[in-house]
Ligand binder design. Structure first.
Ligand SMILES: [Fe+2]
Ligand SMILES: [Fe+2]
Length: 286
C-alpha cells in the first residue's frame, strides 16, 4: 500500500474532510512556520539526511497510527472505562498529526510525500492462543511503555540537535505529544497489571517476551554495538540539522532510556524479569 500525504481535496479545497484534517494536524502548542521556510538556503547533502530521517519517521508514525487505532477498538471490547476511549482518541489524533508532519517535512526538503506500507510488518493480531487482554497488555507494554518512552527521549535529543527553525517547530510539536503518550502508557500499563483470574500465567508469558521485545527495540533504535562503543561515536552529524541524530545518537538514546526509564518502570509495574532481560541484552551487545 502506498500512503500519500495528498489531500482528497487538494484540487477543490472546501471538503469538510480536508478542513477537519487541517484543524487536527495543527500542533497542540505553538505553530509550525512552513511559510517562512526556504529550502534553497540549505545544501542538498544536509537536506538528503533530513529527507531520509523524516521518511523513516513517517513509516514508524504510520505504524503507530494503525496499531493504536486498533487498540482503541480492542480496549472497548475489553470493557475498559470510557476515559480510555477518550485518551485513545487524542492519541490517534496525535499520530495522524505526526504522519502529516513527517511527510510534509520530507516534501518541503524535496523528498517524497508518500510512504510504502507493508501490512506484514504491523503487529495487529493476537498470537495463537493469546487472549485479547493479554494481546492488549503486551501491545501497550511494547508500543507505549517501551516504544513511546524511547521515542520521547529521541525527540528530546533531536530537538537539541535541530538547527533549522522549521525542524525545531516540527520536532517540538511531536515531542509534546510523545511525552504524553509515554506517560499514558505507564498509567494504563500499570492498570493492566492488576491481577485477575489467570493473570499470573499471562504475566509470565509477557515477562518471557521481554528479551525479544528489548532486542526488537534495540534494532529499531539502530543499535549495532555495545554501550561504550556507542557513546564514543558522535551523536549528531555536522552541518545544518533538520531534527536528526546519527544512528549512534538514536542508539545512545535507547541505552539511556532503557536504563533510566524503561527497565525500572517495568520492574515497578510488576515485571521484575525486565532487569535480567536487560542485563542479558547488554551482555550480548558487549
Ligand atoms: Fe507518534
Ligand atoms: Fe506516539
Amino acid at each position: 500500500v502506498t500512503f500519500r500525504l495528498a489531500r482528497v481535496s487538494d484540487a477543490e479545497d472546501e471538503l469538510l474532510l480536508t478542513v477537519e484534517h487541517e484543524r487536527l494536524v495543527a500542533p497542540r502548542k505553538g505553530e509550525v512556520r512552513w511559510a517562512s521556510f526556504d529550502a534553497s538556503a540549505y545544501s542538498d547533502a544536509d537536506k538528503a539526511v533530513g529527507i531520509e530521517a523524516w521518511q523513516a519517521r513517517a513509516l514508524t508514525e504510520m505504524h503507530s497510527l494503525a496499531l493504536f487505532t486498533q487498540l482503541a477498538t480492542q480496549v472497548q471490547l475489553l470493557g475498559a472505562p470510557l476515559d480510555w476511549s477518550g485518551a485513545f482518541a487524542r492519541i490517534n489524533e496525535d499520530e495522524v498529526r505526526h504522519v502529516d508532519l513527517s511527510l510534509r517535512m520530507s516534501q518541503v526538503l524535496g523528498g517524497p510525500a508518500t510512504v510504502e506500507l507493508d501490512e506484514a510488518a504491523f503487529h495487529l493480531h493476537p498470537r495463537r492462543g493469546q487472549s485479547l487482554r493479554a494481546h492488549v497488555r503486551q501491545t501497550i507494554v511494547g508500543a507505549f511503555c517501551i516504544g513511546e518512552t524511547l521515542s520521547g527521549r529521541m525527540f528530546r535529543r533531536a530537538l537539541q540537535a535541530a538547527t533549522v527553525p522549521l525542524a525545531r517547530d516540527v520536532v517540538s510539536a511531536v515531542l509534546v505529544d510523545e511525552t504524553f503518550h509515554g506517560e499514558f502508557g505507564w498509567e494504563v500499563g500499570a492498570l493492566l497489571m492488576r491481577p485477575h483470574d489467570g493473570f499470573e500465567e499471562e504475566r509470565a508469558a509477557l515477562a518471557a517476551q521481554l528479551p525479544e521485545l528489548f532486542a526488537h527495540f534495540a534494532r529499531a533504535s539502530c543499535v549495532t554495538g555495545g554501550r561504550e562503543w556507542t557513546f564514543a561515536q558522535p551523536e549528531v552529524a555536522p552541518g545544518e540539522n533538520f531534527g536528526t541524530l546519527t544512528d549512534e545518537g538514536y542508539a545512545r538514546a535507547f541505552f539511556e532510556g532503557m536504563d533510566a526509564d524503561v527497565v525500572p518502570a517495568l520492574e515497578a509495574i510488576g515485571l521484575p524479569e525486565a532487569r535480567a532481560a536487560w542485563d542479558g541484552l547488554l551482555a550480548k551487545l558487549g
